[in-house]
Write a protein that binds this ligand. Structure first.
Ligand code: ADP
Ligand code: MG
Length: 420
């Protein structure tokens, strides 16, 4: 098969039913087909999976996809299988498989049926698997959630550090790294640790022009302030993030007492209650979910209209992810964070029990959040700069969508002083 002659638009339509690529997908796919090491940075929901799925489906050999979460891998395998009449087209290789199942997977790979093989990083360290994979044609290795390789990312996983070593044993195969983490430090770590500084890099913009960013000083009246905000936004869906389970329960109750339909969500609730509360939110039986950061992973509610942070997040990375759940449909999304230095001290105290290296990273990340909260410049410009992106705060998309730009207090005061 001559890959130069493949019409990837046609393949896109054939396998996925889409008539257009999203963002940088087409360029990424061409880079992968050209056997180049490729690095993809796109926000969550940007369509990273398709960047490796499509080339895997149309190329010879099996693509290995490393992903940190078994549930996520299973979802993707089911989705790929539904596109084909061949069940063996995608497989997961992990420790829960029986001997018979493993043999079936091996058979499908050897006979060329399997186009995508999902593996957890810890499975890939198994000598037996590596020995086998050395003997079969591999199209490329894709490393999803590649930020897991960096201690500066929000989800460091030591097993990811072994990946380069294992990939080298598979011979000359192109490596594709994918992440939604845009900070330059994490990116550098990924390229270095995967030994792919030669990679062609594709980075999508992280700007969310429809989101309005606001920071309010946290006072004793925070609960009344939140209630007022929600009442002003009656009928709209929103998420309130709190640091502790206790605070989640407290705020949910205060809201309920004040006639706002709200449910709590945190890891301390049993699975059934969590699922019920999540469904109630998705089905719009309640307007507000009060939650710890346990809530939101994989939630795709398009019309979340506000995300409130009762306590400041531990990094701007998390803040971006959490606020990113607002306005998925492109409509309005208000991101309001309450800030007090006491919260910063509380978070620092939390971290003081951790190993020194982790503490130092934690403090540094937190200082960026403080700087964001205290800045008087465009918050969008600040956030995007943190992600290594220059934003034109005069004419950029969404330039007037934050409290500092709409209401430049300090600037006005300074001007008035000059006049008198
Ligand atoms: P990411 O991994 O970047 O967070 P996903 O790969 O999960 O994003 O994709 C997010 C959504 O975008 C999925 O629902 C997917 O079906 C959809 N999607 C991906 N590519 C396209 C496309 N070319 N056209 C339309 N929808 C797409
Ligand atoms: Mg993804």
């Amino acid at each position: 098969m001559n890959l130069d002659e493949i019409d990837i638009h046609k393949e896109l339509k054939k396998y996925f039913g889409f008539s257009q690529f999203k963002g940088l997908q087409e360029q990424v796919i061409k880079s992968i087909i050209a056997k180049q090491n490729t690095f993809v940075i796109m926000p969550t929901g940007g369509g990273k999976s398709l960047c490796y799925q499509l080339p895997a489906l149309i190329q010879e050999g099996t693509a290995i996809v490393v992903s940190p979460l078994i549930a996520l891998m299973k979802n993707q395998v089911d989705a790929i299988r539904s596109l084909s009449s061949e069940n063996g087209i995608a497989h997961v290789l992990n420790s829960s498989l029986t001997k018979t199942e493993i043999n079936q997977v091996k058979k499908d790979i050897t006979s060329g049926i399997t186009k995508l093989l999902y593996v957890a990083p810890e499975s890939l360290t198994k000598e037996e698997y590596v020995e086998f994979l050395r003997t079969v044609p591999i199209s490329f290795v894709a490393i999803d959630e590649a930020h897991c390789i960096s201690e500066w990312g929000h989800d460091f996983r030591p097993e990811y550090r072994n990946l380069r070593h294992i990939i080298k044993q598979l011979g000359e195969v192109p490596v594709i790294g994918l992440t939604a983490t845009a900070t330059p430090k994490v990116q550098e770590d990924i390229l270095k640790n995967l030994d792919m500084t030669d990679a062609t890099t594709f980075k999508a913009s992280f700007n969310r022009p429809n989101l309005f960013y606001e920071v309010r000083t946290k006072t004793k009246n925070i609960e009344a302030d939140i209630i007022r905000f929600i009442k002003q936004n009656k009928g709209k869906s929103g998420i309130i993030y709190c640091l502790s389970r206790k605070k989640v329960e407290e705020i949910a109750e205060v809201l309920q007492v004040n006639g706002i339909s709200a449910v709590p969500y945190h890891a301390g609730l049993d699975a059934k209650t969590r699922a019920k509360h999540q469904d109630m939110f998705l089905m719009e039986d309640v307007e507000v979910v009060v939650a710890t950061i346990a809530f939101g992973m994989g939630i795709d509610k398009p019309d979340v209209r506000f995300v409130i942070h009762h306590d400041i997040p531990k990094s701007l990375e998390s803040y971006y992810q959490e606020t990113g759940r607002a306005g998925r449909d492109g409509g309005e999304g208000h991101c309001l964070a309450y800030y007090s230095y006491k919260d910063v001290e509380k978070l620092e105290k939390f971290m003081s029990g951790k190993p020194v290296a982790e503490q130092e990273i934690g403090f540094a990340l937190l200082q960026e959040v403080v700087a964001y909260a205290e800045t008087s410049m465009s918050r969008r410009k600040f956030l995007l700069h943190y992600f290594g992106e220059e934003f034109d705060s005069e004419n950029g998309e969404g330039a007037d969508m934050d409290d500092n730009v709409r209401n430049p207090k300090t600037k006005v005061e300074a001007k008035e002083q000059v006049k008198t």
